[in-house]
Structures are given as C-alpha cells and as structure tokens.
Design a protein around this ligand. Sequence first.
Ligand code: GLU
Length: 306
Amino acid sequence: MVPHPRGAGRYAPSPSSDLHLGNLRTAVVAWLMARTSGRDFLLRIDDLDVERSRVDVAERQLADLAALGLDHDREVMWQSERADAYTAALASLDTYECFCTRREIADAVRAPHQQPDAYPGTCADLTEAERAERRRERPAALRVRAHGVQHTVTDLWAGEVTGCVDDFVVRRNDGTAAYNLAVVVDDAAVGVDQVIRGADLLNSSPRQAWLAEQLGHRAPTYGHAGLAVTADGRRLAKRDGAVTLADLAEVGVDTADVLGQVAVSLDLATPGEAVTAETLRSRFDPAVRPGPWIVGEGAGPVRGRR
Ligand code: GLU
C-alpha cells in the first residue's frame, strides 16, 4: 500500500446495518469532493466491531455505492485485516493500561477544567504492583497519554474546531484497536488527505488529527457534512420507514430517484430531474457547505417519480 501523490478521499462505512439516505448522501459528498479535487476515491469497511459487523451487510453497502455510480480506486480496505498495522502504531505511542469500567469513568470526580466526557486519568499513574493486581480482575484497555492538550482542526465548512484531547482509548480491552486509532492509521497508510464524513464525527477530529501527528503523519483536511434528519429534528434511523436503497425499491423508488433526491438536497438538481453521479460532479461546488437534510420535506424520499 503506497500512498499516492494525488492524495485521496474516502468513504468508510461500518457494516452494522445497510446504508440509509443520510449515509448515501455523505458518500456522494465524499465522492464529489475527491473527484472534483483530482484525488483518488477509496472505500474502507470499518469492521473492527466483530459483534456488529456483517460481511453480507458490507457487500450490500459496496453494491449500493456502486449502484449510485460512485466508482472507486484501488482495492477496498477491510479493517479486520489490519491488526498488524495497528499493533505497530501502538508500539510507537506513549500509552498506559486502563482498568476502569464505564461506570467508574462516569462516576469519577473531574477537575473543573475537564470536559464532562474526558477520561479523568484514574489509571494514568498506577504503580507496577497496582497494575499487576488490577490485571487479575479484568483485562486492560490502552490509553494514549495526551496530557490534556488542546488541538485545533480547520474543517472545510465548519471552520476552526478546537477540542481538548483526553487520554482516549487506543486499544480496547478485548485487544482490538479502537476506532480512533484504526481510522488514523488506515487513512495515513493509503495517503488519505481528505476526510469527508458526517457531522456526528466532527468532535472526534481534534483527537484524530492530534493522533495522526503523534504517529508522524500530517493530519488530513476534514469536512463534515450535515446529517439527514427527520422533520422533527431527529437523526434519520432505520425505523423511519423506507430509508435504504432496498426498502425504497420495494416502495417504487429506484436508485436513480434516490440519487435525484440526494442531488436536490445538495442543491445540485431540481425535483424530478434525472441525474447521474457524473452530472453532479460537473455542478458541484466544494465551497458550499452541505447542511443538514430534512428528509421527507418536499418530494420526500418515499415517493418516487412514478
Ligand atoms: N466507520 C465510521 C462510521 O461509519 C466512520 C469513520 C470515519 O469516517 O472516520 O461512523
């Protein structure tokens, strides 16, 4: 895997359930951002969570992206095949074992300046004897020592985002690499220098950018696209009716209709207009922020053109 001089963007679904309209729209935006900036567009399956990841779901996600006309470069990367790379990265970080349960972390007393969700540092300075004792009770997670630094990223659309980097988990206590580590290692390994994803991950970006630098990489450019929401402001979910390509097809909305509705939501088409991914590419302006999409407004996703 050799980083390409052109740079790359990517889309990286977790294969726990089929892609819904919001995921599909984010993928379209990521593809447009990569393709209109001369970058490669890569796909990665984030299947580290063995309990929730399913190969058949991953295959359907890839098929859905292809059906929308989002072509990709190089081979699809699967996080489940990348354990060696994560182990190597962990070895280069200043980490410590953490034995805390979620409950203990939630109940811990924090210093006034600490964010409520920041790790309070309980296990940061255990002695070797204390660690040996705790290891008998439960397996340890590994946390990276970040010393509570502030880190700022500049999001393409949201502007400057500053976050306090706490000692976050880089290896879970089941031995698997943690999401924040895996994402950073994988993006760097294949030269991803543009990360476009949903706004729910905006707050992860200061930690991830900081970690990239700790690992000797240049942090990518970030752009967080607005999420798909329901008319009453909730994040779109599977229970909101026909929201995947397969479900929509059953109610008579075909893939071309869905792409058309995504395009309308991005102001790249008028309702009912037939478009292809290539049409959108010629109309797309990367400077325009893709805001939230209120699904169900206007034409609505569950009504087709027929
Ligand atoms: N796999 C993550 C998700 O589906 C996204 C990772 C990323 O884009 O950084 O939420």
